[in-house]
Design a protein around this ligand. Sequence first.
Ligand code: AMP
Length: 284
Amino acid sequence: MAKTLKTFADPQKLQKWCAARRQAGAKIALVPTMGYLHEGHLSLIAAAKRKGADEIVVSVFVNPVQFGPNEDYEKYPRDEKADLAKCRAAGATAVFFPTPANMYLDGHSTFITEETLAAGLCGARRPGHFRGVCTVVAKLFNIVHPHLAVFGQKDFQQAAVIRRMVRDLNFDVKISVAPIVREPSGLARSSRNTYLSDDERARAVALSQSLARARADVAAKGTMPWRAYRAKIVKVLEKAGLVVDYVEAVDAETLVPAKSLSKGVAVLLAVWCGKTRLIDNAVM
Ligand code: AMP
């Protein structure tokens, strides 16, 4: 029989429930999200299931601390009812919908900063973003104390930063990273895709197309100098009417910039498509 889906808003109540389930021998998985769930998020729940989790806790929290002052915190899409139904259908066993006020008590003054992997790429363009991400994820780890936490490769840098935080701060949790789920067009699924007009959606396909082309080129030609190849990608993105935020090739583990494009190198893209910032990546 399918388990009933529990919902929590109070961190202390969730913490108590998770501790009891752990004590009873349940394997607990955590899937942190900002909600407005799509197939990408649901694939993380499926991954947790495949890994044998008895309890799958999905957190749905638009974390104010990871948004910059001029970013889309207020207008970020939210739909609790739909999220709940999707979690239920996907096999989650608990959903955590905290409020900013109960996650960040008055006078909250403790934050976590990872200082190396978070410095470049999105970290450089979104000051404070990874400080907010690390802080909320650390809080969720302390509340849920999961055996396993599942993240998506869609946020490649985020996954690297979280792995480093877990290692550096001795968090007792295994991190799993699931592949990017895409729309049939190739566009990486994202809650922010809802901002796109039909025209923008068509233009945004240039992101995944550039990455697919790069992978094919590396497979066919082996190592290529990155500078020249980067210029080619920038041209393709700009031709599609996208405004480049960054186009970078990095070592997939250390995120150190790569001089050449070769097998194992990660290519990370961030662009503005109208008023929407989109990211995508692929490991060659
Ligand atoms: P978000 O709600 O955008 O903060 O994402 C929550 C989690 O879902 C993060 O670990 C993301 O990397 C992951 N995620 C978001 N979109 C996708 C996708 N298209 N494919 C796989 N994972 C995703």
